[in-house]
Ligand binder design. Structure first.
Ligand code: PLP
Length: 358
């Protein structure tokens, strides 16, 4: 097993002559092994590990200069939106939020300052799908960098670099780590120059994970494929069950044939995963909160992608940083419930949802 190099500095042979490792903010052997594994699981040439998913996102934005513009998905993880609007807008970087379910919506926002397209597919929490290959073609044509947040799909279900993206970002905290015991992020890329720029940002601004966390993620990756298979199986069963439930109004899951972008999901994903959201026919926030507080196996918690099932209220939890008006405009209502379906016995999970919904 890869050793945990609990080491901040490394003995050198002579002044400025090191043996491959000098100081652990720049490199650590456990992290090096993990970064190679990150590259391998996304069919990438390079991988870089960060101390969180938002730190990985932050590194990508630090490639930009004041005056640059970014086109970002209108419906994405609330923390990404918060970073863009509250932190980087202050540095004169301009963000355009666009509904990317139709890739053509992006075109009208492209100008000579556009340097980055940021997309997330499937989106958190509405499971909207963006056509990665179509956006990548547009980005290439205009020489704009495309970064895909691939957290919801995981590298097992979707590989954006193979579809033409320049960069993939993961909240490793989720499926890649898989056990809800570590916060981490990563970037994968093929371009050597882009890797050098991002490595420079990684070591200069220091958002690196510790060796123990790297070890845990290396271990998580070994079971990613097996876990994902069960997440997908359980997810499909629960999505169909909820859809047929008398008290459920709508289920958001990209594996339904009548999902608006089902054909794109089918084209770019190997399966549809275990993330979904739903609303109740009794559309009151109080009723949603009652259900959220009534599950016994589904734990009420933020995050997703771990082996244990979680239930979440995006409006007050994961997406509370998006103003209500913005959220509702994008379809994220106050009564929406999100599920991260784990790998437990699916009949137990269904029974739990049934008793909670009543
Ligand atoms: C889709 C997505 N991207 C990015 C992040 C941020 O990652 P982290 O929490 O590891 O910083 C999250 C976290 O919930 C997420 O769901």
């Amino acid at each position: 097993m890869t050793p945990i190099y609990q080491t901040s500095t490394f003995v050198q042979e002579a002044p400025a002559k090191h043996k491959g490792y000098e100081y652990a903010r720049s490199q650590n052997p456990t992290r090096t092994a993990l970064e190679a594994a990150f590259a391998a699981i996304e069919n990438a040439k390079h991988g870089l590990a960060f101390s969180s998913g938002v730190a990985a996102t932050d590194a990508v934005i630090k490639l930009l200069q004041p005056g640059d513009e970014v086109i970002a998905a209108a419906d994405m993880y609330g923390g990404t939106y918060r970073m863009f609007t509250k932190i980087y807008s202050k540095f004169n970087i301009r963000f355009h939020y666009v509904n990317m379910q139709d890739a053509n919506n992006i075109k009208q926002h492209i100008n000579s300052n556009t340097k980055l397209i940021w997309t997330e597919t499937p989106t958190n929490p509405l499971m909207n799908i963006t056509d990665i290959a179509a956006v990548a073609a547009m980005a290439k044509h205009h020489k704009i960098l495309l970064c895909v947040d691939n957290t919801f799909a995981s590298p097992y279900l979707q590989n954006p670099l193979d579809l033409g993206a320049d960069l993939v970002m993961h909240s490793v905290t989720k499926y890649v780590g898989g056990h809800s015991d570590v916060i981490q992020g990563c970037l994968m890329m093929n371009d050597d120059q882009l890797r050098e720029q991002l490595y420079f940002i990684q070591k200069s601004t220091g958002a690196v994970p510790g060796p123990m966390d790297c070890f845990l993620v290396l271990r998580g990756i070994k079971t990613l494929h097996v876990r994902m298979q069960r997440h997908c199986e359980n997810g499909a069963k629960i999505a169909h069950h909820l859809r047929n439930h008398a008290k459920v109004a709508r289920v958001y899951w990209c594996g339904f044939e009548d999902h608006p972008n089902y054909n794109i999901a089918k084209k770019q994903m190997r399966d549809f995963g275990g993330m979904m959201s739903f609303t109740l026919k009794n559309d009151s926030v109080d009723e949603a909160k009652r259900v959220l507080s009534s599950t016994k196996l589904f734990a009420l918690a933020e995050s997703l992608g771990g082996v244990e099932s979680l239930i979440n209220h995006p409006a007050t939890m994961t997406h509370a940083s998006i103003p209500q008006e913005e959220r509702i405009k994008n379809g994220l209502t106050d009564s929406l419930i999100r599920l991260s379906v784990g790998i437990e016995d699916v009949d137990d999970l269904i029974e739990d949802l049934n008793q909670a919904i009543g």
